[in-house]
Design a protein around this ligand. Structure first.
Ligand code: AP5
Ligand code: ZN
Length: 215
């Protein structure tokens, strides 16, 4: 499977990716997760990415393309394909991905576009809490943990992501509309786009995604 999860910040890409990976056993590649891991470990890459992420801006294209294509060269992706989450995010990144795939004799199977309105996105982003230890994601209203502030899976502390405050979240949505939304058209023209209602309940959205992947 060679698939992209597209959609604005808070659309549910990470949430649905967990389910897709479990069902189809495909490597999940989230550029956002790669950057957050590097920030946590204090690497040079993390230092470069952090200033952009904290403002809700995009990390420069060339840096992202290098990270993503390096990851795609690993054995698991050669064997099983990939589920990309948060990459590509600009037309330039999409063109570079196309070049990379063509050079390896591959093409995309499907691009899943999760559609959610802006007011709902803001609620999801500002209400999200993530586990400091295992990264599991919750929502204070929609998907609350059994004990407030504590991860169901590992007992770790739940915290708010640095870019989930109202101001930065708003900027991320603006950046999406400006830089990433044109990819919907790009992949529609390529004949691989599936538009999915991301505002539905979790399981319903997952059902629509699996139907699109298997069609
Ligand atoms: P990234 O980590 O990719 O973040 P994002 O795209 O902003 O997406 P999010 O992780 O915020 O949202 P999501 O769609 O995964 O939603 P989730 O499932 O958590 O990127 C972060 C930053 O890194 C960027 O701003 C940029 O700086 C940099 N970056 C990364 N990739 C880059 C690239 N390619 N180029 C340049 N820069 C890049 O869900 C959100 C909340 O809603 C959760 O609380 C969840 O529990 C809840 N929820 C989910 N689904 C439902 C539902 N159906 N019903 C009710 N609640 C739901
Ligand atoms: Zn946890």
């Amino acid at each position: 499977m060679r698939t992209i999860l597209l959609g604005p910040p808070g659309a549910g890409k990470g949430t649905q990716a967990d389910r897709i990976v479990e069902k189809y056993d495909v490597p999940h590649i989230s550029t956002g997760d790669i950057f957050r891991e590097n920030i946590k470990n204090g690497t040079e890459l993390g230092k470069k990415a952090q200033e952009y992420m904290n403002r809700g801006e995009l990390v420069p294209d060339d840096l992202v393309v290098e990270i993503a294509t390096d990851r795609l060269l690993k054995d698991d992706c050669r064997e099983k394909g990939f589920l990309l989450d948060g990459f590509p995010r600009t037309v330039y990144q999409a063109e570079k991905l196309d070049e990379f795939l063509a050079a390896h004799g591959h093409r995309l199977d499907k691009v899943i576009d999760l559609e959610v309105g802006e007011a709902e996105l803001m609620k999801r982003l500002t209400g999200r809490r993530v586990c400091k230890v295992c990264g599991a994601s919750y929502h204070i209203v929609n998907i609350p943990p059994a004990r407030e502030g504590v991860c169901d899976k590992c007992g770790g502390e739940l915290i708010q992501r640095a870019d989930d405050n109202e101001e930065t979240a708003k900027n991320r949505i603006d950046v999406y509309n400006r830089e990433t939304a044109p990819l919907v058209d790009y992949y529609e023209k390529a004949g691989v786009l599936a538009r999915i209602d991301g505002a539905a309940p979790l399981e319903e959205t997952f059902g629509s995604i699996t139907a699109a992947l298997e069609e």
